[in-house]
Design a protein around this ligand. Structure first.
Ligand SMILES: Nc1ncnc2c1ncn2[C@@H]1O[C@H](COP(=O)(O)OP(=O)(O)OP(=O)(O)O)[C@@H](O)[C@H]1O
Ligand SMILES: [Mg+2]
Length: 376
């Protein structure tokens, strides 16, 4: 049985002063009116799980207005069979200071290792804004892949970060060469460095591309219909032609002052029946393909780690028809753990509500039970 989140405490996190939410295995439904703190709660669980916000790269945004730090504490159940094994993790952040991550009271060795399973759980998140993975720029799609693979392995997260730095430094050098301040000879050192790190990123992505494509196809069939759906990775240079492509592009790169080949220029196409959902998808198709990507991510993590990740899905029921809402309810009930938010409990059947834990939010305060039949 996979790990799950037992409890999360939020201190000065967004609109929460100090609140604790308890969760059950299976489906947890967080209900509340607009602007009460539903999205913030999911963000906090993700923050506690990975050490970073999935919504912003700027940590100071999560600090409650007027407060000088934010903190999340989380209790993770590592073994459901006897319920004895538990891990306690915490993230503390004060603007201007280094983030403090602890696992059972001891400092985590790095953010990358904390995020890649160090807490005992991994999470797959869905926020309405994630539709940009399908609709948005190639960088949004690369970020989806990199976040997924970083949650799998700390070495991937490090390679991605160091690769980005190496490309920036190579670009600076390219411009100095172009402007006559450096000689072209100095470039080969950076080429090697860029290629070494870029190859590591490419290896991770290439290993994931085919499984994700297959899992995406299955998810679209269950969520959407018989359409033949696919993810197709497009390289600026494949792994086995990387060195040649980088050398070939050298003159043009110097002229432009940027590095034109490598994983930072790659993309993937999201296809329904061969048609790009990025270019031609309807709002509903783009939303469903985003969901299918998240389901594929979950299955991929499960296959790679043997553990079912926790699902944190924000406002996922709205905009879906009744049949799909019913399907999703079943999907969440059967998962190890899902925490989902809604403004409206009427999206759920009576039997679903009976099997779920319902948490009510009002103005950054949490309460339960809230209705007859909701499980204690
Ligand atoms: N750093 C912060 N400090 C205090 N309050 C904040 C902070 N960041 C956001 N908020 C506020 O928290 C409130 C709740 O936001 P949240 O996005 O969680 O609402 P929600 O319940 O998801 O609403 P909706 O149903 O509209 O999506 C908002 O009014 C927002 O302005
Ligand atoms: Mg919200």
């Amino acid at each position: 049985m996979s790990s799950y989140v037992r409890a999360v405490r939020l201190i000065n996190f967004r609109n929460y002063a100090d609140a604790t939410a308890l969760f059950s295995p299976g489906l947890n439904i967080v209900v509340g009116d607009n602007a009460q703190g539903k999205t913030n709660l999911l963000e906090a669980i993700s923050f506690a799980t990975t050490g970073s916000s999935p919504r912003t790269p700027n940590d100071s945004e999560v600090v409650r207005w007027g407060a000088d730090f934010a903190r999340t504490e989380m209790r993770v159940s590592l073994d459901e069979s006897d319920g004895s094994e538990e891990r306690k993790v915490a993230v503390g952040y004060a603007p201007g200071q280094k983030k403090r991550l602890t696992v059972d009271g001891a400092p985590a060795s790095s953010l990358a290792s904390y995020a890649a399973g160090g807490t005992g759980v991994r999470a797959v998140t869905f926020f309405p804004d994630d539709i940009r993975i399908v609709k948005g720029a190639p960088s949004d799609r690369r970020e989806f892949l990199d976040t997924l693979l970083s949650s799998l392995r700390p070495s991937y997260a490090r390679a991605v970060a160091e690769y980005a730095k190496a490309v920036q430094q190579r670009n600076q050098l390219l411009r100095r060469i172009r402007d006559g301040f450096s000689s072209e000879k100095t470039l080969s050192t950076w080429d090697r460095k860029v290629m070494e790190l870029g190859s590591e990123v490419l290896r991770g992505r290439e290993a994931a591309a085919e499984p994700l494509n297959a899992l995406f196809g299955t998810s679209v069939r269950t969520l959407y219909g018989p359409e033949k759906a696919a993810l197709r990775y497009s390289h600026s240079a494949p792994l086995d032609g990387y060195a040649e492509a980088l050398t070939e592009a050298r003159e043009a790169d110097i002229e432009r002052g940027t590095t034109s080949v490598g994983p930072h220029r790659d993309d993937f196409a999201v296809l329904f029946g061969g048609v790009s959902m990025t270019t031609y998808g309807s709002q509903g198709q783009q939303r469903l393909s985003t969901l299918a990507l998240k389901f594929a991510a979950r299955e991929y993590l499960r296959g790679e780690t043997g553990e079912d990740p926790v699902l944190l899905f924000d406002d996922v029921m709205s905009e879906l028809d009744e049949e799909r809402r019913g399907y999703l309810s079943g999907y969440f009930l059967e998962s190890t753990q899902a925490v989902i938010t809604t403004t409206n409990l009427e999206y759920f059947d009576e039997e679903v509500l009976e099997r779920a834990r319902v948490v009510r939010i009002s103005g950054g305060a949490l309460s339960r039970p809230t209705r007859d039949g909701a499980k204690g």
